[in-house]
Design a protein around this ligand. Structure first.
Ligand code: ADP
Ligand code: MG
Length: 328
């Protein structure tokens, strides 16, 4: 099967927040690229300030990145303007933000109906569909209330219902279950899973939640505006170093996550020890020097007492006769 066009593709995205403050400009995205396939669920994990929200806004066309291109459903967002951009976004993608961003003067029900009314769906049909989604989220009893009279979790559920009502091909979500209690959070994830499995809806979700991470097909780890690693299904958030891949971008840049960098020996000069397609061995110059110095004092290869050949064994006592192993 030929790979269908990805629902979302971004190449070399940069975003700089201009600032006159002492700290100067903030580079929030540093040339990152991403591809989300049709119906794929991808999680983005990373510490506060790593650029997660900036990334989602850039990918959804809510913010124009300083450089780079974003293709949504095969169309270059950076080439669309005004009503064309709004229309393309509306027909493809929905957002779920940390703060609900509900229209304050409309009831929960009217907020959920709003995108459909905007798209010209007659009121009775819009109402029927809105109530069906709100029902899935347990919000029918509270749907007549204005957002200010709803709790944070209830507002979030209305925002989720509003995001789902248009049947988007892609949902961009920033901590979608962040303000929900564990029970509601589970029912939201069940709904997501159903959309994902039965209707092939794609998801890109910023999350700290293990459950959301488990729902995703893969997770990308963001640090300082770059993706540094990718994890398979069911990420162990407590052991990110397991089952991870490092990402090399099209400029050839690879950024190491801090824990891997520490293990490697920190920043410094590295030489290429071995190189072949698909495989590279980096050798720290410091480590090379240590190894070279160490080889001067290498152990003898045969036991001087019984002649035992140590071969690859680097023990310092002969396994045959028990003699200690002298240096060369
Ligand atoms: N409007 C803004 N003006 C200036 N700097 C900003 C603005 N929004 C975010 N930043 C900075 O950009 C970086 C990334 O922020 P953000 O995308 O919100 O990260 P995250 O969502 O991962 O916490 C941070 O250093 C943050 O302080
Ligand atoms: Mg954020």
């Amino acid at each position: 099967m030929v790979n269908p066009t990805p629902i979302l593709e971004a190449n070399s995205l940069y975003h700089v927040y201009e600032s006159k403050s002492e700290e100067g400009n903030v580079v929030a995205l540093r040339g990152l690229s991403i591809e989300v396939g049709q119906g794929e669920a991808v999680a983005v994990v990373g510490p506060s300030g790593s650029g997660k929200s900036t990334l989602l806004k850039s990918l959804g066309g809510l913010m124009t990145p300083t450089a780079g291109r974003v293709f949504l459903g095969g169309t270059d967002l950076t080439k669309l303007e005004g009503s064309d951009l709004v229309e393309h976004r509306r027909s493809t993608v929905s957002f779920i933000f940390q703060e609900g961003n509900l229209l304050p003067h409309l009831s929960g029900l009217d907020n959920v109906m709003h995108p459909l009314r905007h798209a010209g769906v007659p009121a009775p049909e819009a109402k029927r569909r809105a109530i069906a989604v709100l029902d899935r989220l347990g919000m029918v009893p509270r749907m007549k209330a204005l957002p200010e009279h709803l709790s944070g979790g209830e507002q979030q559920r209305v925002a989720i219902a509003r995001a789902l009502i248009t049947k988007p091909r892609l949902i961009l979500a920033d901590e979608p279950t962040g303000s929900l209690d564990p029970f509601t959070s589970q029912s939201v994830l069940e709904l997501f899973r159903e959309l994902h499995e039965e209707e092939d809806v794609a998801f890109l979700m910023v999350t700290h939640s293990r459950d959301v991470g488990d729902f995703a097909d893969r997770s990308l780890e963001l640090r300082d505006g770059r993706f540094v690693a990718q994890h398979g299904e069911g990420v162990e958030f407590d052991a990110l170093s397991q089952s991870r891949e490092l990402l090399v971008d099209e400029l050839g840049t690879v950024s190491f996550p801090p824990d891997i960098l520490l293990e490697l020996g920190g920043p410094g000069r590295y030489t290429v020890g071995e190189l072949e397609p698909g495989r590279i061995v980096l050798q720290s110059e410091d480590a090379a020097a240590t190894a070279a110095a160490g080889s001067d004092r290498a152990y003898v290869e045969n036991c001087p007492a019984c002649g035992h050949e140590y071969a690859d064994d680097d023990s310092n006592r002969c396994p045959d006769c028990g003699s200690s192993r002298p240096k060369q």
